[in-house]
Design a binder for this molecule. Structure first.
Ligand SMILES: Nc1ncnc2c1ncn2[C@@H]1O[C@H](COP(=O)(O)OP(=O)(O)O)[C@@H](O)[C@H]1O
Ligand SMILES: [Mg+2]
Length: 244
């Protein structure tokens, strides 16, 4: 298949077992280039596990993951980051004792050695993430919202083709949610980044995503546009009707 028409990413019948527990069961889906895809489902549905499988943090028990036409099921997280598939963590992985600037520097250095090019890349990252005012702050001193944005900045430093965000808006107030959504939209518009997002804030997910996958008990319950998903009786029954 020519590169342009091939999906950017495909999960083919992925299954993950933890001992006797099947956390993810035979899940298949594709992510198109330039898409913002949401992954939702009740607690324990398997969202973080799928995330961990896609990003190379866990190995699939069965099935495979394909990125840009290549079987990447057995690649570790750092190799995936090198070829353009990056993720954030639900509980972030900042270098807390270092400044915002140094956190971004460490992340960017993994991808760009040339100092001038690196500076350019860093300014671009700082600019789009809106971190210019807090560059000299220690990461540990940042307000929660800025810490979450910094973890997106770190994951974005390698300019991934696919950026996976695990609950990036958790703990944000209303204004911060709007700011966060704006950043994610700009990543796609200005950098053609494809985004997979797991997020509990339903209003945010519905306004941001082109398409949504609904997971329930480790299985794919359905998928569609935000409108389709919100009007699907099986999905309402399993999830949406009970939340909020
Ligand atoms: N590392 C693990 N070891 C054992 N069980 C796990 C592990 N990670 C997740 N699980 C189990 O897998 C199921 C799905 O969890 P998870 O993917 O975290 O769900 P979600 O992110 O949708 O809340 C849960 O029953 C959870 O307890
Ligand atoms: Mg989770």
């Amino acid at each position: 298949m020519p590169a342009e028409t091939q999906p950017l990413f495909a999960a083919e019948g992925i299954t993950k077992r933890f001992g006797g527990l099947v956390a993810v069961s035979d899940v298949s889906f594709e992510i198109s280039r330039g898409e913002i895809l949401g992954l939702i489902g009740p607690n324990g549905a398997g969202k973080s596990t799928i995330f961990n499988l896609i990003s190379g943090f866990y190995r699939v028990t069965r099935g495979r993951t394909v990125f840009q036409g290549q079987d990447v099921s057995s690649l570790p997280i750092w190799k995936l980051a090198r070829i353009g598939l990056a993720r954030t963590f639900q509980h972030d992985s900042l270098l807390k004792g270092m400044t915002v600037r140094d956190n971004i520097l460490v992340a960017t250095t993994q991808f760009i050695r040339n100092p001038a090019e690196r500076e350019k890349r860093m300014s671009e990252t700082i600019d789009i993430m809106g971190l210019g005012e807090v560059l000299d702050e220690k990461a540990s001193n940042l307000p929660h919202g800025h810490q979450r944005i910094l973890s997106i900045a770190i994951a974005f430093s390698g300019r991934p083709a696919l950026l996976c965000l695990d609950e990036p808006l958790t703990g944000f107030n209303q204004t911060e949610v709007l700011g966060g959504l704006d950043i994610i939209r700009r990543l796609r518009e200005e950098f053609a980044t494809t985004v997979l997002i797991v997020e509990h804030n339903m209003r945010a997910v519905m306004s941001l995503c082109d398409r949504i996958l609904v997971l329930h008990h480790g299985k794919l319950l359905g998928s569609g546009s935000p409108e389709e998903v919100q009007n699907d009786p099986a999905i309402i029954e399993a999830y949406l009707g009970k939340s909020e």
